[in-house]
Design a protein around this ligand. Structure first.
Ligand code: FES
Ligand code: FES
Length: 166
């Protein structure tokens, strides 16, 4: 059975007819060619397929495309602005938090959601937020450091106009 859905992906409205059993992950990768979202376990265990759906991080392998209909999806491709990387992406590079890179898009998306909710998370809070994102390469130390570094940079940037006007 097929159904026509309309949803917003990275700010663009998309209307497509999909099989009702198609996952959001397959929709993003196969229909929209947004291959930054990775397919790992395909059963909700690894977090490599993480995207934001209406601002919340979700494993897109566990969400049907029809369930996302009417929603707003942000993928890793939607985080950069005007060709500039998101501060969390910059921090992953600066802290050498990437080896094979397969987990990285999901890690970054989860970190974006965390820092929107909590701009100054403790190490424990970062590790807890990233508990659903598995990395086989880096051992997590560099990833936690990157999220803390990004949080500090983002707080400093947010405070900068106040500092100038004070
Ligand atoms: S591919 Fe979705 S959680 Fe692993
Ligand atoms: S960098 Fe390879 S899985 Fe995380």
């Amino acid at each position: 059975m097929r159904k026509t859905i309309t949803l917003e992906v990275n700010g663009a409205s998309e209307t497509e007819e999909v099989e009702v059993g198609m996952t959001l992950l397959r929709f993003l990768r196969d229909r929209l060619d947004l291959t930054g979202t990775k397919e790992g376990c395909n059963e909700g265990e690894c977090g490599s397929c993480m995207v934001l759906l209406d601002g919340r991080p979700v494993n897109s392998c566990l969400v049907l495309a029809v369930e996302a209909g009417g929603g707003k999806v942000t993928t890793i491709e939607g985080l950069s602005k005007d060709g500039a990387l998101h501060p969390i992406q910059e921090a992953f590079l600066a802290h050498a938090s990437i080896q094979c890179g397969f987990c990285t898009p999901g890690m970054v998306v989860t970190a974006v959601a965390l820092l929107r909710q909590n701009p100054d998370p403790s190490e424990e809070e970062i590790r807890s937020a990233l508990a659903g994102n598995l990395c086989r390469c880096t051992g997590y130390r560099q990833i936690v450091d990157a999220v803390r570094g990004a949080a500090a940079a983002m707080r400093a940037k947010a405070a900068a106009p106040l500092a100038v006007s004070a």
